[in-house]
Every structure is written in C-alpha cells, then in structure tokens.
Design a protein around this ligand. Structure first.
Ligand code: C5P
Length: 243
C-alpha cells in the first residue's frame, strides 16, 4: 500500500455534482472517499451505488456514525449498499449485544467504532457530564471505548492522531486506527471546529492506518497539490514510526 492509499478524503459537500467533481479530480491522489451526513442527506444511497459502480469497491467509507437501539442498528447495517468498504457506528453501545449483531452481519465491510469526536476537548467532556478522569484526559475514554469496541468484534476505531499510539499499544497492530482531525501546518481552515488535531506526519508516526482529511484539501487553492503534500508528509511520518 502506498501512503496515498491511506489517505481518506472527506466528501463533505452538499450536492452530488460537487462530490463527483471532487472524486474525478482526486481519485489518483487519495485512497478512499468518505461519505458523511451532509452528502448522504443531499444525494442518498444512490450516490453510493454510483460510486461503487464506477470505482474500486475498497475505496468507499460510509461515515454515518450509526447510533441507535441494537435492533435498529442491526436493520441499518443489514441495508447498507453492498460494496462499501468501511462503515462507522457509535462506540457508546453495549458490547454484548453488539457482538451478536456483528457476527450476524456480513456486508463485506469493516465496522469502525467512533470513540470520541475529534471536535470534542476535555473541557467539552466536563460540560457534558463525563467523569473528571475523562475530562482531564480524553485519551482514557478513547482507550476504554476502543477496548470495548474490540471486544465487541469491531475491526477498528476512529480516534484522533493524539491517541493512535495508545490504541495500537492496547489493541494490537491489526486493529484498525483511522484518524480525522488532521491539520497540516499550512492548513487554511478558519473558525475550525476540530479540537484534538495533529499533522499528517504526527498521525502516521503515531500509528494511524488511515487519516481522514476534508477541508485542508478541499479549500486549498490547488486540491490535488494539497493532497500530494499530505501524502508526502504521511510518507515522512511512516518512515519516522518507531524511531
Ligand atoms: O474537514 P475536516 O478535515 O475537519 O473533516 C474531517 C471529517 O472527519 C469530517 O467529515 C468529520 O465528519 C469526520 N470525523 C471527525 N471526527 C470523528 C469522526 C469523523 O472529524 N471522530
């Protein structure tokens, strides 16, 4: 796998046309395309079917962070468009019931649990009623949830690059770690909502299998050049791993 194959581009746009233009523009320079709520609401499952039909199956990540009672979760997972490679669920779900569901579902996709949104800081957690130990150090909550997701049979987690190393250490190298909240030093995102951010270099150095980048590439004057720059920094991060 080349470093660019580990780069997931977030298609956070509000129309099918805009999304297809970005896919056309970037398909040689990124590994996977991530469809989240904004595009899913605008273009629906049909957009996924079109992507699956036109590009390699292993390149589509459906990031709806599904969170519901187990019966509804099961129904949603059973109905995911066939050909999607990665799917996210919430990690705040009972491990026992989740295990049974994941054993039953064979949609051909890998299930990742979102541990804690990268837009949340320790301060946010305090305000949301989390125990002081998690507000002081959100990585503790990420680790707790990563271990629970692994016990339930998830293939990996989504966490920030700040926690990637700890998750790999606790859950092993085969447990996938996917990191959003990536901000290269040159990123021009204004009024950013992301909190637990790292550079592409740091995320890869810390052990991420994949990184998710949206705005730093999308709003760049030249998105292709930005994606290539990110891939270069990823290459350097991979080389620095373990040193
Ligand atoms: O534009 P930006 O690089 O911040 O995009 C990050 C993407 O990763 C968004 O699509 C967001 O929904 C997603 N994401 C995240 N934090 C998580 C899980 C997913 O930012 N914990």
């Amino acid at each position: 796998m080349e470093p660019k194959d580990r780069l997931i581009f977030a298609l956070d746009v509000a129309s099918r046309e805009e999304a297809l233009n970005l896919v056309e523009l970037l398909h040689n320079d990124v590994g996977l395309f991530k469809v989240g709520w904004e595009l899913f609401m605008a273009a629906g499952p049909q957009f996924l079917l079109d992507l699956v039909g036109n590009y390699d199956h292993s390149r589509i990540f459906l990031d709806l962070k599904i969170y519901d009672i187990l019966n509804t979760l099961k129904g949603a997972l059973k109905n995911i468009v066939s050909g999607v490679a990665l799917v996210t669920i919430h990690s705040d779900l009972p491990a026992g019931g989740l295990t049974a569901i994941l054993k039953e579902i064979d949609g051909g996709f890998k299930v990742l649990a979102v541990t804690l949104l990268t837009s949340l800081s320790g301060k946010n957690l305090r305000g949301l009623g989390y125990a002081a130990e998690y507000a002081e150090d959100p990585s503790r909550l990420v680790l707790l949830r990563a271990k629970s997701a692994q016990a339930a049979g998830c293939h990996g987690v989504v966490c920030s690059g700040q926690e990637a190393g700890k998750v790999k250490e606790a859950c092993g190298q085969d447990f996938l770690v996917v990191c959003p909240g990536i901000r290269p030093s040159w990123s021009a995102v204004r009024g950013d909502d992301q909190e637990r951010v790292v550079t592409p270099f740091e995320a890869m150095k810390n052990g991420a299998d994949f990184i998710v980048v949206g705005r730093p590439i999308r709003i760049a004057i030249d998105p292709v050049a930005a994606a290539r720059q990110v891939a270069e920094e990823m290459t350097a991060g991979l080389a620095a791993r373990g040193k």
